[in-house]
Design a protein around this ligand. Structure first.
Ligand code: NAD
Ligand code: MN
Length: 478
């Protein structure tokens, strides 16, 4: 069993408390690693290290920071297979998917490495006699808190722009999935990024996470996770007006009109829900189908659901792995049971798969509910598992009303060949990200984030640098 320590400056160190937590392989139920559990004392050490490293890191020339981040991107690529193996085993995601995610992380470091010398301040045409300059400056020590569903990718979305802007960091990975974050911290040191610039402290959210948010030397918190915890993060950060970025939950709508290209819409409707076993904040978990094609669409979708290959993450033909933990599977199962209880019609799935080889893991058969009512709990709350809820609609306005009747607003899709309708709906739907004729949400070069209770602020694209910088206006009188 491997034993993992915290990473503070260039020290791999046990937690001050001496506590460890075991990681369970979600596909087999076997404990396979133990990880030091950081607490307030460890967070304090890491924040002190980051504060010490800040003056040097912010002073480094833009060219030097670019080179260091490019070197880190290359090291991520060089270690693609071992990182993918770690991520796959830790989260239970198919190895094939994990390999792609490692590439996405490397791409992200390359993007922000290249952005460093292309963004700067401004000269402002002020009325007064003189010159007004605006500097774009780093914030200081930033605390980053990551979720377990895409541990390395989402960490890269935060670490890359934050380092590019000249901040130093303390990263608190999700308790269940700290391994690739620790590896990333080591690769950063190998790349030549100075000790203390990126510190990694695994630990429980309520302890290490909360201590990070409370720490007086931390000036900004970037959080990805559930809306419930996000709200607590915002409250804790309010005490000293810390900057916050929140990427939270979703319950995204997928609107399929009768003129949609079903050859594309059916498989992508499936994949935009079951990808990562449904543990995706962008999952299109509410499916709205125009009535004339409702029955046909459901029939085709049922076939697609039933042909999915559930399996062990390391098997080459596996399309769907287990959920992240038994605890999470129980939570998803409770939603399914509530849906059945409420009278939604279960077309397939509904519980664990039958296969003998999958009994020890946290597997759940992909589940399709139809004839769901918009007021049902399964249609309103984020389930975060492979559970799709479908209903028919009759009018465009009716569909928009259902789509917008949600506390969330993260992502979504529209399927239609009618360009005017697509644009009309793109304006009408309350969401941060919307895809037309695709189920895909993420483009590294474009801003990503939610409205309403799905979050605050944007990541990715050049906009992803804003939350890691402050603007300072300087005026020089003539
Ligand atoms: P979570 O909210 O349970 O935990 C997220 C992180 O916060 C973890 O590191 C956790 O240890 C920490 N944490 C927990 N309690 C804390 C506290 N009191 N103070 C400080 N930190 C605390 O989320 P999760 O279960 O890891 O991830 C699933 C959720 O994340 C889903 O709701 C999903 O939609 C959301 N998510 C959103 C995005 C996005 O970009 N919008 C991306 C991925 C996941
Ligand atoms: Mn959680």
């Amino acid at each position: 069993m491997t034993q993992e320590l915290l990473l503070i400056a260039d020290d791999r160190t046990p937690a001050a408390s001496g506590q460890y937590s075991e990681l369970i392989d979600p596909a087999t139920g076997v404990a396979w690693a133990s990880v030091a559990q950081g607490g307030a004392a460890d967070i304090d050490r890491a924040v002190q290290a980051a504060a010490q490293a800040w003056p040097g890191w912010r002073r480094l020339s833009s060219r030097d920071r670019t080179r260091l981040l490019l070197r880190l991107a290359q090291l991520i690529r060089d270690n693609q297979e071992s990182l993918a193996q770690l991520e796959s085993r830790n989260v239970g995601k198919p190895l094939h998917d994990a390999r792609i995610e490692v590439e996405m992380a490397a791409d992200c470091f390359e993007f922000y490495a290249g952005a460093i010398n292309k963004v700067g301040g401004t000269v402002n045409p002020v009325a007064a006699a003189g010159t007004s300059l605006t500097f774009r400056e780093p914030i200081g020590v930033c605390g980053l808190i990551a979720p377990w569903n895409f541990p390395l990718v989402i960490t890269a979305w935060k670490v890359a722009p934050a380092l590019a802007m000249g901040n130093t960091l303390v990263l608190k990975p999700a308790s269940l999935t700290p391994l690739t974050a620790l590896r990333l911290g080591q690769l950063a040191l190998e790349a030549g990024i100075p000790p203390g610039v990126l510190n990694v402290v695994p630990g429980a959210g309520a302890e290490a996470g909360a201590a990070l948010i409370r720490h007086p030397l931390v000036r900004k918190i970037s959080f990805t996770g559930s809306t419930e915890v996000g709200s607590q993060v915002m409250r804790l950060a309010a005490n000293d007006i810390k900057r916050v970025t929140l990427e939270l939950g979703g319950k995204s709508a997928n609107l399929v009109f009768a003129d949609a290209d079903l050859e594309r819409a059916v498989p992508q409707t499936l994949w935009s829900l079951v990808g990562n076993a449904g543990q995706d904040c962008c999952a299109r978990s509410r499916l709205l189908i125009e009535r004339p094609i409702y029955d046909e669409f459901i029939d085709r979708l049922e076939l697609a659901f039933k042909s999915l290959k559930l399996g062990l993450p390391q098997q080459a033909d596996t399309e769907l792995g287990p959920l992240v933990s038994q605890g999470h599977r129980r939570r998803v199962q409770a939603y399914i049971d509530a849906g059945v209880q409420a009278g939604a019609r279960l077309v397939c799935g509904g519980g664990p798969p039958q296969a003998e080889a999958l009994q020890a893991g946290a597997f759940l058969a992909p589940t399709l509910f139809v004839d769901v009512e918009p007021q049902m709990q399964i249609f309103r709350e984020e389930i975060f598992g492979p559970v799709l809820c479908a209903l028919p609609f009759d009018t465009e306005d009716g569909a928009v009303a259902i789509a917008n009747d949600s506390p969330y607003g993260l992502s979504g899709s529209i399927w239609t060949q009618d360009l005017s309708r697509a644009l009309r709906l793109a304006k009408a739907i309350e969401t941060g990200v919307l895809s037309i004729n695709t189920g895909h949400s993420i483009h590294l070069e474009a801003p990503f984030g939610g409205v309403k209770r799905s979050g605050l602020g944007r990541e990715l694209g050049l906009a992803g640098l804003d939350p890691y910088s402050e603007l300072k206006s300087v005026f020089i009188a003539d």
